[in-house]
Design a protein around this ligand. Structure first.
Ligand code: SF4
Length: 310
């Protein structure tokens, strides 16, 4: 369903002496239809930029994104508008996705109108169906976002997305602004909707516990580069990259692991050091790590790691 090949985004700054912030650097991955890839890493690692690049909200520096075989970066405006309903994004804060002056029913009707998928006479009925599918009550259609909780508003966002009948959903920290109990409800709802409608998810999060629940495969990002990717079970049981191991040791679900505390400074994405980008914090670094950047290599079935020690 989605194939990302050598995706790269550098942001430039400085008028006289141009400097480049390497937000995303030569990142490749695939997601099969109906499956979920979890994209994890600390804030600033480039995971949100990847979501925005796929949606063409940000212009790429290089690489390709194939969606159902279509090269998204080669599309003109009209072709892009035609394909866009099939790719939707859920943002962290549901309040920023909803118009505070619009009643919930009107808000859900908007995408239906825009894409003309449902005739006007059937719109009311479709809104009721969508409201029910995301677990809200019919009376919610006449309320405003400020009258609903954060979890209820995220359900409204999901209803608006379902109205487009998407194939691919990019979820960027969709539950991180919600209470823990509500988080679980929204994650379960997203899983149920995926089963019912065969959605493909790119699930972006800094929280490995959440990603573990949602993802079939996990990709770990560090300073714009992918450092490890594999099936969720392999990543949890056989993580090879020192950064993945440190992230896992801090995940609360894995109380049994010895916590690895990373010392040293994170390098600046503008002033990237030579060699492995993680060497300034890596507890296992060797001399070679400060000179040569490691490539992703296969270490098991569908399991790739970028580290000189594997
Ligand atoms: Fe650590 Fe070296 Fe591996 Fe980088 S290449 S993660 S510095 S051991």
């Amino acid at each position: 369903m989605l194939e990302v090949l050598g995706l790269t985004k550098y942001f430039s700054s400085g008028l006289i002496r141009k400097r480049y912030l390497r937000a995303v650097d030569d990142v490749s991955f695939k997601i099969e239809k109906g499956r979920t890839l979890g994209l994890v890493g600390e804030s600033g690692c480039g995971k949100t930029t990847i979501g925005r690049l796929i949606l063409r909200l940000t212009k790429p520096t290089g690489g390709k994104v194939l969606f159902d075989g279509v090269d998204l970066f080669a599309l003109n405006r009209r072709e892009l508008l035609a394909i866009r309903p099939r790719i939707q994004m859920i943002f962290q804060d549901p309040d920023s996705s909803l118009n505070p002056r619009m009643k919930i029913g009107t808000s859900i009707a908007e995408p239906l109108k825009l894409h003309g998928t449902i005739p006007k006479a059937k719109r009311e009925q479709r809104i009721r169906e969508l409201i029910e599918t995301v677990g809200l009550n019919p009376e919610h259609v006449n309320r405003y976002p400020y009258q609903l909780s954060g979890g209820q508003n995220q359900r409204v966002v999901l209803a608006r997305i379902l109205a487009m009948n998407p194939d691919l959903i990019i979820a960027d920290e969709p539950t991180s602004s919600l209470d823990v109990s509500v988080q679980a409800q929204i994650l379960n709802l997203m899983k149920d909707l995926q089963k019912e409608f065969d959605h493909t998810y790119l699930f972006i999060s800094h929280d490995l516990d959440v990603v573990r629940i949602m993802a079939d495969r996990i990709a770990v990002m560090y300073l714009g580069r992918m450092v490890e990717i594999g099936e969720t079970g392999d990543i949890y049981d056989r993580a090879k990259h020192p950064y993945t191991q440190a992230l896992l040791s801090a995940a609360t679900m894995d109380g049994g692991r010895r916590q690895i505390v990373l010392e040293g400074e994170t390098s600046s994405p503008i002033d990237m050091p030579a060699g492995c980008r993680f060497h300034t914090r890596c507890p296992r670094k060797r001399e070679r790590c400060t000179i040569e950047e490691p490539e992703l290599v296969e270490v098991g079935r569908d399991h790739y790691v970028a580290c000189h020690l594997v």
